[in-house]
Design a protein around this ligand. Structure first.
Ligand SMILES: *[C@@H]1O[C@H](CO)[C@@H](O)[C@H](O)[C@H]1NC(C)=O
Ligand SMILES: *[C@@H]1O[C@H](CO)[C@@H](O)[C@H](O)[C@H]1NC(C)=O
Length: 179
C-alpha cells in the first residue's frame, strides 16, 4: 500500500512537471541560432499565412484544393480543405508535405518523379515510410535560408498544385535555400 501510494505520487509529479518542461520557451519561434542541433520550424502565424495565400491562389485559378503545412519532421502544423476539394486529396496533400520534410527539404515531390519510375534508380522508394508521394505539389519552405517546413497541395493537376503550394510558401519565405 505504501509503495503504491508512493508510485502514484511519483507519477502525478512526473506528469504535472511534463507540461512545464515542454513549454520551455513558447515565445521563441524562429530566432535562427548557430547550434546545429537546433530545429527551426514555421510558427503558427506563418503556417496560417501559407494556408491563406494558397487558398487565395486556389480561388484565383478556381481549383479547389487541400493544403497541408508540416514542420521539418513531417508532422502537421496546419491544414485547409477548400470548398468542393476532393476528399481523396486530403491524404495526398499531407503526404506530399511529409515526403518533402522526410528528406530535409532537399527535393520537391515533383523532382522525385523521373527517379522513381520503373527501371530508374529509386524505383519503389515511394513504398517506404508508409507511402511517399512522388509527383508534383509538395515543396519545401525556407526562411532566411533555413528549412522550416513543407507545403503539400492536392486537388488540381500537378502543375496547378505546384503553383498553389509555391504561392503559399512565397507568403513567408522561399522554396529555395540551403539544404
Ligand atoms: C524566450 O524567447 C524569447 C524570444 O527569443 C526571449 O526574448 C525570452 O527571453 C525567452 N525567455 C526565456 C525564459 O528564455
Ligand atoms: C523527366 O523526364 C522527362 C522525359 O525524359 C523530361 O522531359 C523532364 O525534364 C524530366 N524532369 C526532370 C525534373 O528531370
Amino acid at each position: 500500500m505504501k509503495f503504491s501510494l508512493f508510485s502514484t505520487f511519483t507519477l502525478t509529479l512526473a506528469l504535472s512537471a511534463l507540461p512545464l518542461a515542454m513549454a520551455q520557451n513558447r515565445t521563441a519561434t524562429n530566432n535562427l541560432g548557430t547550434n546545429p542541433n537546433q530545429r527551426f520550424q514555421l510558427n503558427q502565424n506563418q503556417a496560417l499565412q501559407i494556408i491563406t495565400a494558397a487558398a487565395a491562389k486556389s480561388a484565383e485559378i478556381k481549383i479547389p484544393i487541400n493544403v497541408a503545412v508540416t514542420d521539418p519532421a513531417g508532422l502537421l502544423l496546419a491544414f485547409l480543405r477548400t470548398d468542393n476539394a476532393y476528399l481523396g486529396s486530403i491524404d495526398i496533400a499531407i503526404k506530399k508535405a511529409r515526403t518533402v520534410s522526410l528528406f530535409n527539404g532537399a527535393i520537391t515531390t515533383g523532382a522525385w518523379y523521373n527517379l522513381t519510375q520503373p527501371g530508374q534508380s529509386l524505383y519503389a522508394i515511394q513504398e517506404t515510410n508508409g507511402g511517399l508521394i512522388v509527383f508534383g505539389g509538395g515543396v519545401p519552405c525556407y526562411v532566411d535560408g533555413y528549412f522550416v517546413g513543407s507545403v503539400g497541395v492536392s486537388g488540381g493537376t500537378t502543375d496547378e498544385d505546384v503553383q498553389i503550394a509555391t504561392a503559399g510558401v512565397d507568403a513567408v519565405g522561399s522554396t529555395e535555400g540551403q539544404v
